[in-house]
Design a protein. Structure first.
Lengths: 113, 111
């Protein structure tokens, strides 16, 4: 079974800082690694998808990298803003159970003005 | 853009009263699934469907049923809800690249 861990569990930073959120997974035979954002009481918004043949993806101020050999993914947020405050979840599938996502517990991010 | 809708969004019910949470998609994707989210436990898959009439158990299927009679819809059925099924439920679809899109969630409380 795929185990996904996210560090740190919570992070509080002033506006403007560059951030790194970490995600590790136990089974390197993944197909996809996906990062989501979840606002309190709301659904999951897909931020970035990294397929197994890729090493990174970028969208605006977000950059996600994937290192399958070490079982790690990082989400880099540049020039953080208060609107970035949310819980960030990473999810990895597993080659043998294609489609089932295994989620980390998330990093709760607070960006204060 | 892929869109997943769920109904109802909020539901309070009593133990043993059968209920159905509906899920529908607008993109004709084959793969659909249900997750539940609980504090301290994160998101866990309940059931999934690879296509019409093809369903299988996820990690926590006990107490739930699903059906996939048409590609668009994937309802989650609780035949006899219990308080431990109080949770936030999400329906998800998987796009052609493997990216998954989630519905807005259904918050269920079983008294």
């Amino acid at each position: 079974k795929q185990e996904v861990t996210q560090i740190p569990a919570a992070l509080s930073v002033p506006e403007g800082e560059n951030l790194v959120l970490n995600c590790s997974f136990t089974d390197s035979a993944i197909y996809n690694l996906q990062w989501f954002r979840q606002d309190p009481g709301k659904g999951l918004t897909s931020l970035l998808l990294i397929q197994s043949s890729q090493r990174e993806q970028t969208s605006g101020r977000l950059n996600a990298s994937l290192d399958k050999s070490s079982g790690r993914s990082t989400l880099y947020i540049a020039a953080s803003q208060p609107g970035d405050s949310a819980t960030y979840l990473c999810a990895a599938d597993r080659g043998s159970t294609l489609g089932r996502l295994y989620f980390g517990r998330g990093t709760q991010l607070t960006v204060w003005p | 853009e892929a869109q997943v809708t769920q109904n109802p969004r909020y539901l309070i019910t009593v133990t043993g009263k059968k209920l159905t949470v509906t899920c529908s998609q607008n993109m004709n994707h084959e793969y659909m699934s249900w997750y539940r989210q609980d504090p301290g436990l994160g998101l866990r898959q309940i059931y999934y469907s690879m296509n019409v009439e093809v369903t299988d158990k996820g990690d926590v299927p006990e107490g739930y049923k699903v059906s996939r009679k048409e590609k668009r819809n994937f309802p989650l059925i609780l035949e006899s809800p219990s308080p431990n099924q109080t949770s936030l439920y999400f329906c998800a679809i998987r796009g052609v690249r493997g990216e998954q899109f989630f519905g807005p969630g259904t918050r269920l409380t079983v008294l």
